[in-house]
Design a protein around this ligand. Structure first.
Ligand code: PMP
Length: 394
């Protein structure tokens, strides 16, 4: 060993320090705090990703997602990765290079999907509104007729602006133009009503770390028969091997083949936690979860208005119950407000994201975090910060 002397001693010294992860109230747009029951599920001894018990757990997860999404789609599974993995999976598998895609951009999520589609060689067309805006079905239909896309993207819960987008009728319009409807419910699932089959959504995805309260890193997704027909009759292979639904559908036992083959090593602990979070949602019931989020959000909205703050989304019916956006009050530096609240109250709120940076503060109360006691705590912290952080208006 004499000629192989380790030289990286500062790196080693760093690793000899214990892990430090403080407790924080995660009242931003995600991740949300994870309840002990889900943490405990994720902390169970792992088993092999190809063990029959694991396949059983994955089958349960599929059922849990079918319930949460309100779909009977066979092609339902969880991605090994965050919400972006599901976004890429949807676009990469449905769209072939050179095909047209229409993306509704009214915040960061449309921007992201447009970039993902552009990178894989799609022709990207956009419908645009500034953050807080939404699209009428007539506007959507006009753009579909003009661009004839194979896929239309809409964010149901636009977490950068705090808007919940109407979805009724959009699927039917898409199908009239032979287009598939892709909907992002990362920030809205469990918080605002969404019914995949009844609303004719072709591809729906969400994330584990918002109202589901599982740790970040897994992302439920489901494909309609129409979507399966398009993605399994491609001329070209999707650009990503990892996200290729031909392989993933086999890994999840959705392709009807007798043998499930190794494709990648799924996040076993993440799947345990996801199963538990889907079980909690099923125990509570979707309708209860939706009404509970609305009730707590209304309590928060009233408290914010009582503090003299203005809600960014004026129309109550278009406000996302899980993520509330507040117009940055005049005479304040938003970064200072957030830093004060983190330092003195151990609470995370956030500023805007992408095009809404500098426009809004965001408070998220989702799933386990969604209760009036937490809303009252958030309001008290904000009231304190508003007293302490006012800039002189000289
Ligand atoms: N879509 C929406 C609406 C989101 O809020 C987020 C996460 N903030 C994402 C997609 C991306 O999810 P992830 O960060 O898990 O990749």
């Amino acid at each position: 060993f004499s000629s192989h002397q380790p030289i990286n001693s500062t790196e080693k010294a760093c690793m000899l320090r214990p892990l430090e992860a403080p407790f924080r109230y995660l009242f931003g747009p995600g991740p949300s705090n994870v309840p002990p029951r889900i943490l405990a599920a994720g902390g169970r001894p792992i088993i092999g990703h190809m063990h029959s018990e694991m396949f059983g757990i994955m089958n349960d997860i599929k059922k849990g997602i079918q319930y949460a999404f309100q779909t009977s789609n066979n092609m339902t599974l969880a991605m090994s990765g965050s919400g972006h993995t599901a976004m890429e999976c949807a676009v990469f598998n449905i769209v072939e290079p050179g095909e047209s895609v229409l993306v509704a951009i009214n915040g960061i999520w449309g921007e992201r999907v447009a970039e993902i589609a552009e990178r894989m060689g799609a022709k990207v067309h956009t419908l645009f509104k500034t953050p807080g805006g939404h699209f009428t079905n007539a506007e959507i239909e006009q753009a579909l007729a003009k661009h004839k896309p194979v896929l239309f993207f809409l964010a149901h819960g636009e977490s950068s602006s705090g808007l919940v987008h109407p979805v009724d009728g959009v699927g039917d319009i898409c199908h009239k133009y032979n287009c598939l409807l892709l909907v992002d419910s990362v920030a809205s699932l469990g918080a605002a009503p969404l019914l995949m089959d009844q609303q004719n959504i072709d591809i729906l995805y969400t994330g584990s770390q918002k109202a589901l309260n599982a740790p970040p890193g897994t992302a439920p997704i489901s494909f309609s028969e129409r979507a399966c027909h398009k993605m399994f009759n491609r001329k070209t292979k999707p650009v990503s091997y990892l996200l290729d639904m031909t392989h993933l559908s086999n890994y999840w036992g959705n392709d009807g083949k007798p043998e499930r083959k190794y494709h990648h090593t799924g996040p076993v602990s993440g799947f345990f936690a996801l199963r538990e979070s889907l079980a909690i949602l099923a125990e509570m019931g979707l309708e209860n979860s939706w009404s509970h989020h609305t009730e707590v959000a209304e309590y928060l909205w009233k408290g914010l208005e009582d503090l003299g703050l203005k809600l960014f989304i004026k129309d109550k019916d278009l406000r996302l119950p899980s993520v509330t956006t507040i117009a940055i009050p005049e005479g304040y530096d938003w970064k200072e407000l957030l830093a004060y609240i983190m330092k003195h109250h151990q609470i995370e709120f956030t500023g805007g994201l992408g095009p809404s940076v500098g426009m809004v503060l965001r408070i998220g109360l989702m799933g386990y975090n969604c209760n009036k006691a937490n809303a009252a705590m958030a309001l008290a912290a904000l009231e304190d910060a508003l007293k302490q952080c006012r800039k002189s208006k000289a």
